[in-house]
Design a binder for this molecule. Structure first.
Ligand SMILES: NC(=O)c1ccc[n+]([C@@H]2O[C@H](COP(=O)([O-])OP(=O)(O)OC[C@H]3O[C@@H](n4cnc5c(N)ncnc54)[C@H](OP(=O)(O)O)[C@@H]3O)[C@@H](O)[C@H]2O)c1
Length: 338
């Protein structure tokens, strides 16, 4: 299976390491022999139609070099679009940085691959936030797959549980904790009785929050995940503009203490019901969604099976790469069926 990586940071490299480590298992168990024909980073590409030496490419990134500096197959002039147009491949992994306000670069990468008949696995939420219905339509039209398991819940299979394990049933509503950073902050504010500023600084020091925490604190990251869940699981045709969004900036110690007196906690909940929303809400301490720190949890209310809650780690490079690998295995299985 010929593979292109567009973006080769934490997630891309984690996936490449899994390929190297699990070579035998991938072939024996899943019939997948990944052959990476191109890797693109922000400074150019390394391209070899006979297959790149991934160990060598990983070593270059470990030494803070661009893949375009490869002495034989590096090319600083080539962009992702060039590679997609020029290379024969079955699957492209799109793992460039997420930009919710301007996701045009990611959208162009994904559209170009789909139009070229290349299956796409992305962990980049930006294109899905803005253009998920049209991208899904484009994939169907071109008879290729567009997969994005790593965009919601890291390695925890929220999308797969809902789409495959609950086949034959119908998910009527869902709600959940979809952002680990804000869940950590709210947990620390409640358990340690500290201010939001202090909890945020702690989260940044622990690597749970980015230096610019806007997307997390303002509920935007959670809203993108609401969009992905609504489109993929509940067949809505929506973008981030359809989500009512309120972040956690206004949550005070006073609010948290009042909730505690009533044996409740405040959580940032994303919901897909009649309306799509992200907002801080009080829930019972005994609610299955009362998970702590960076954990994510989603409760699916179904037509026949009641409410099912899945809990797990929401992010992390290796976890997200493992979700992308799941997508690759699904694609391989579907290719074999076709
Ligand atoms: N890390 C996680 O836990 C996690 C979880 C869920 C989703 N995600 C999403 O997955 C994606 C990748 O995350 P990450 O942690 O791997 O990010 P990262 O470490 O910042 O890596 C981003 C990669 O994209 C490359 N890049 C930047 N601009 C590019 C361009 N124009 N063309 C081609 N490549 C370009 C970068 O190049 P250089 O190497 O030259 O800088 C780098 O290799 C992001 O969208 C992120 O939001 C990440």
């Amino acid at each position: 299976m010929r593979i292109i990586f567009i973006g080769f940071g934490v997630v891309g490299q984690s996936l490449a390491r899994i390929f190297q480590k699990k070579k035998k298992t991938l072939t024996q168990l899943y019939g997948i022999d990944p052959q990476t024909v191109a890797v693109v980073d922000s400074k150019g590409a390394a391209i070899d139609s006979k297959g790149l030496d991934l160990d060598e490419i990983l070593k270059m990134k470990d030494s803070n070099k661009s893949v375009s500096e490869h002495r034989e197959v590096g090319n600083p002039q080539k962009t992702g679009i060039d590679v997609i147009r020029e290379m024969d491949a079955e699957v492209m992994f799109e793992t460039t940085p997420t930009n919710i306000l301007d996701s045009s670069k990611g959208i162009i990468n994904i559209e170009s691959a789909l139009k070229a008949g290349i299956n796409v696995v992305t962990t980049n939420k930006g294109p899905l936030a803005r253009a998920m219905p049209s991208l899904m339509e484009m994939a169907a039209y071109n008879e290729v797959e567009l997969r994005f398991s790593g965009t919601v819940g890291g390695g925890t299979p929220f999308l797969k549980l809902a789409k495959q394990c609950l086949q034959g049933d119908r998910i009527i509503t869902l709600k959940g904790i979809l952002n680990g950073t804000t869940n950590y902050i709210l947990t620390q504010m409640a358990d340690e009785q500290i201010s939001m500023e202090k909890a945020l600084t702690d989260a940044q020091q622990l690597g749970y929050a980015e230096s610019d925490p806007t997307n997390d604190l303002d509920g935007i990251d959670a809203a993108v995940k609401v969009v992905i869940l609504a489109n993929w699981i509940m067949n809505r045709s929506v973008s981030i503009d359809n989500v009512e969004i309120e972040g956690i900036r206004q949550v005070s110690q006073k609010d948290i203490k009042e909730a505690k007196k009533a044996r409740e906690v405040i959580k940032l909940l994303g919901s897909v019901d009649e309306e799509l929303s992200v907002k801080p809400q009080r829930i019972s301490e005994k609610d299955a969604l009362n998970v702590k720190n960076t954990l994510n949890a989603v409760s699916f209310t179904t037509e026949h099976s009641g409410t099912i809650t899945l809990t797990g780690k929401g992010a992390g490079g290796v976890e997200t790469a493992s979700a992308a690998l799941r997508d690759l295995i699904d694609i391989k299985n579907n290719l074999s069926i076709k």
